[in-house]
Design a protein around this ligand. Sequence first.
Ligand SMILES: [Zn+2]
Length: 264
Amino acid sequence: MNHKKQKNRIKRLFSRFYEVRSGVSFVACTAMILVCSVLISGFSERSTQDILTENALNVNSFTGSDSLNIIIDPGHGGADGGATGANGVLEKDLNLDLSLKLRDMLLFHGYRAVMTREDDSMHFSEGSPLSKKVQDTKYRVDLTKGYENCIFVSIHMNKFVSPKYSGLQVYYSQNDPESIEIAKRIQTLTRELLQCENDRKVKKADSTIYVLDKATVPAVLVECGFLSNEEETALLCSNEYRKLLASVIFEALDGYISEKSTDK
Ligand SMILES: [Zn+2]
């Protein structure tokens, strides 16, 4: 698909998902962000209930992979805040908000979406902080085992010692060959629609990324941006920018799934 078609797709996506209201324009770092931002600045989010109600008619019309579930995993939560931005923002909060946006978009478009957490919590019985973290992480992977046909998408924010690095980067699990395909879609679409100077490549996850190391289904982890970079942190803290990120990830998943469905 060429750029113009992709831009039109994302325009359609925004107009379907957000209701038009008056608003102020949102200024972002690249020309593409600016274009997309103007598009969405006047939109407000629909309530999840609205989406679900409308979607009740829609969900069974998704042909080709009607039993597919997309498991969205907002990284960290509860006592585990993840990375902290220079402005004090916690990664866990950004991860959750972005994941909920992605979840709502998927539901709206007739997909089945499941969250590993829907609030600021961890899954554990009891134990030391380390043991709780281990139980919580294991829970997230175990959730995938309850679904015969699923894709696991973990949402995180990055951090590095040097503040100069920025840009989204996708990691993929080595355990299922489809993981890299999904990762490439997200990475490529991010460059085409949101970060034209992002030359990052998808990266194979090693054993340090537990959820990808243990997942046996198609699984990716999206590091959405660097909380060690002041400029990017400001963007990530913007509700409008998180809508854009969620839209790009949605669009990539939608493209991947649609292609797989027609391949059958
Ligand atoms: Zn993280």
